[in-house]
Write a protein that binds this ligand. Structure first.
Ligand code: NAD
Length: 355
C-alpha cells in the first residue's frame, strides 16, 4: 500500500443545494459568454429553465442527447455548436447528456460545465464511450474531462426512485472495482469506502421519501466520490461485462450494473478480500450476498433476463468479455464467468465464501 502513484484529475467541483444558480458566474469565470445547453429530450424543460436564468449567456439548446453517445448525434450537435458560434457547453443531465458534452469537447476542446442529475459519475472522468456502426468504443483524454461540475441536489429530486436505485448501484460498482484496482492507492480507497457508505445510508431514505433533500445530497456526495474513483483507477471484470452487455446486446446501462454487481463482487471477493474487507461493516462478511440482499430490499432489478437478454446469448457474452485480456484480481476463468452470467441471468443469489 505504501508504494503507489496518485494522479488527480483537475476540475472545479462546486457542491451544495441551490448551487446551480452559480452557473452564469462559472461560465464567465472560464472566459466564456456563449453557452450551448445540452439535455435529453426528457429533460428539455429543465434545461429551458437554465436558459431563462442565463439570458444572453445562452445561445442555443440541443436537447437530443442519446444513450451510448452515437457519433451521428455528436456530429449534429457539433454542427449546431459551430453555426451558433458557441464557446462552451453546459450539460444538464445524466451520463448520456454528459457524454454528448464530452464528445463535443473531445473534437473541439470546448470548455465543459456539467450539472449532473443522476449518480453515474461520468462528470468527473476523462473517459468517453461512443457508438459508431453499433460498436461502442472508449477513449480517454484530458480534453474529455469537464472543467466545472456543479452538484445541486435540488435538481435530482425528479430522478425517479427506480432510476435513483440503479444509478446509485452503478456508482457503487465504480467504488467496489476501485478498491481492488491494480493501480489503487490510499486516496481512491478512502473515497471508494466513504462513497459506498454515503450511498448505502442515502438509498433507503430516498425510497421512503424521494424528495428528502438531505438524502439526495448524501447520495450525490457518494456519487461524486465513486465517480472520482472511476476516473482515477482502472476497472476490471464488472465493468467489462457491463460494457459487453450494453454495447453488444443493448442492455440498459444502470440496470445492468445493478444486476451484475453482486455477482462480480462474489467472483472477486476471495482474491481481493484484503482490499474489500472495509466493506464488511456495510454489507456483512459475504460481500456478494450482502450486495444482493441490499439491492433486493431496494426493489432493484435482479435478473438479466428481465432486462431483455436471451439465455442463448450467455455463451457469446462470455466469449466477448474474455476476448481481450485485462487485469482482474481473480484470474478470468471462462467456466466460472459463464456460471456467474447464468446466475445473473436467472437472478439467483450469488454463492461464495466470506471476506
Ligand atoms: P442517462 O443519462 O441515460 O439518463 C436516463 C434517463 O433519465 C434520461 O432520459 C434522462 O433524461 C433521465 N434523467 C436523468 N436525470 C434525471 C432527473 N434528475 N430527473 C428526471 N429524469 C432524469 O442515464 P445514466 O445512467 O446517468 O447514463 C448512462 C450513460 O452514461 C451510458 O451511455 C454510460 O455509458 C455513460 N456513462 C459514462 C461514464 C464515463 O465515465 N464515461 C460513466 C458512467 C456512465
Amino acid at each position: 500500500m505504501y508504494n503507489f502513484t496518485y494522479h488527480s484529475n483537475s476540475a472545479r467541483v462546486i457542491f451544495g443545494i441551490g448551487k446551480s444558480h452559480l452557473l452564469a458566474e462559472e461560465i464567465q469565470a472560464l472566459g466564456c459568454s456563449r453557452a450551448l445547453l445540452l439535455s435529453t429530450p426528457e429533460q428539455r424543460a429543465d434545461v429551458e429553465r437554465q436558459e431563462t436564468v442565463l439570458g444572453p449567456l445562452c445561445v442555443g439548446i440541443f436537447a437530443n442527447a442519446t444513450m451510448h453517445t452515437p457519433v451521428e448525434v455528436t456530429e449534429q450537435a457539433l454542427d449546431y455548436y459551430q453555426r451558433i458560434g458557441a464557446d462552451c457547453v453546459v450539460a444538464l443531465g445524466g451520463g448520456s447528456t454528459i457524454g454528448l458534452g464530452k464528445a463535443i469537447a473531445y473534437r473541439n476542446d470546448a470548455p465543459q460545465l456539467v450539472i449532473p442529475t443522476t449518480y453515474a459519475g461520468s462528470e468527473v472522468t476523462p473517459i468517453l464511450g461512443q457508438t459508431a456502426d453499433g460498436i461502442k468504443t472508449t477513449v480517454s483524454s484530458n480534453k474529455i474531462l469537464p472543467e466545472v461540475v456543479i452538484y445541486d441536489a435540488q435538481l435530482t429530486l425528479g430522478l425517479p426512485v427506480a432510476m435513483s436505485v440503479t444509478s446509485a448501484l452503478n456508482a457503487m460498482a465504480h467504488a467496489v472495482e476501485g478498491l481492488y484496482a491494480k493501480n489503487r492507492n490510499p486516496i481512491t480507497s478512502l473515497m471508494a469506502i466513504d462513497g459506498i457508505r454515503a450511498l448505502h445510508r442515502a438509498l433507503p431514505q430516498i425510497i421512503l421519501q424521494p424528495d428528502n433533500l438531505e438524502a439526495r445530497r448524501e447520495a450525490q456526495y457518494g456519487a461524486w466520490l465513486c465517480g472520482t474513483v472511476l476516473g482515477s483507477v482502472g476497472m476490471a471484470l464488472h465493468h467489462k461485462l457491463c460494457h459487453t452487455l450494453g454495447g453488444s446486446f443493448g442492455l440498459p446501462h444502470a440496470q445492468t450494473h445493478a444486476v451484475m454487481l453482486p455477482h462480480t463482487a462474489a467472483y472477486n471477493q476471495d482474491a481481493a478480500a484484503e482490499w474489500l474487507r472495509p466493506l464488511g461493516d456495510v454489507f456483512g462478511s459475504d460481500l456478494g450476498a450482502g450486495l444482493y440482499d441490499f439491492a433486493k430490499d431496494l426493489n432493484a432489478p435482479m435478473a438479466l433476463r428481465d432486462l431483455g437478454l436471451s439465455e442463448s446469448d450467455l455463451d457469446c457474452a462470455t466469449e466477448l468479455a474474455l476476448r481481450n485480456p485485462y487485469w482482474n484480481p481473480r484470474p478470468l476463468e471462462s467456466a466460472a464467468i459463464r456460471d456467474l452470467l447464468q446466475r445473473a441471468w436467472s437472478g439467483d443469489r450469488p454463492v461464495n465464501g466470506g471476506l
